[in-house]
Design a protein around this ligand. Structure first.
Ligand code: NI
Ligand code: MN
Length: 226
């Protein structure tokens, strides 16, 4: 599994022959300008955690061009399905076996309106289980006790956690989340994109290291492999 950071909360996940795109917000992210080209992304699936603009901005354009299947909560999947796009609806606690592996839609404490104010269902995250790896993509969320349920189903190889504070968990709550998740390898996201969520990278890495955990902060366009 190769995970490429596309900036903000956007990820590209390569699983052998299948590509998953998560929460594409690229054309609106000035930090990704000149680094990530949405026309170079060719996902088979687009995973959407919730309906906020900084997670869905490029979903429609990419799905229209590629025919990718949008996987999200019922309300978001229905919204895109009504536009004639391929969509697979899920809801909290539900699993589905896709051709690339199994996804579970997990709880998040956040909100989920579309940019026009219409209802985007309840926000979530995903657990992705492949033949060999298991990762958790938290989505935008506060620290929540529900995170303790995730390792009860199996050991995670990595957790992707928001660390930018203000709209989501900050660094210190994300360290507690990593403990709840019983996971030592964390990829941070949802930070530095705009002023409200700028972080001190050294302080963030130190906070995780003191807890015996490793925080990975990737440059936009950079990848890590599991
Ligand atoms: Ni959000
Ligand atoms: Mn967000």
């Amino acid at each position: 599994m190769k995970i490429t950071y596309l900036g903000h909360a956007a990820l590209s996940i390569d699983l052998n022959d299948v590509n998953l795109l998560v929460d594409p917000f690229i054309t609106g992210n000035e930090k990704a300008a000149g680094i990530i080209d949405i026309d170079a992304l060719n996902p088979d699936y687009i995973l959407v955690t919730h309906a906020h603009q900084d997670h869905i901005l490029d979903v429609e354009a990419i799905a229209k061009r590629t025919g990718a299947t949008i996987v999200s909560n019922y309300e978001i999947a229905t919204y895109y399905g009504n536009q004639g796009l391929q969509a697979h609806p899920m809801n909290h606690g539900g699993n589905w076996n896709f051709d690339f592996g199994r996804l579970k839609y997990t709880q998040a404490i956040h909100t989920s309106s579309f940019p026009d104010g219409s209802y985007g269902g309840q926000p979530g995250g995903f657990v992705l289980q492949t033949d060999t790896k298991r990762i958790y993509i938290a989505g935008d969320t506060a620290l929540t006790m529900d995170m303790k349920l995730i390792p009860a189903e199996g050991q995670l190889d990595m957790a992707v956690l928001p660390i930018g504070d203000n709209f989501t968990m900050g660094i210190d709550d994300a360290v507690i989340a990593a403990k709840f998740l019983e996971c030592d390898k964390i990829l941070g996201y949802h930070y530095d994109t705009f002023g409200y969520i700028e972080i001190d990278h050294d302080r963030a890495k130190d906070a995780f290291e003191k807890a015996g955990k490793t925080l990975h902060l990737l440059d936009i366009g950079a990848s890590l492999s599991l």
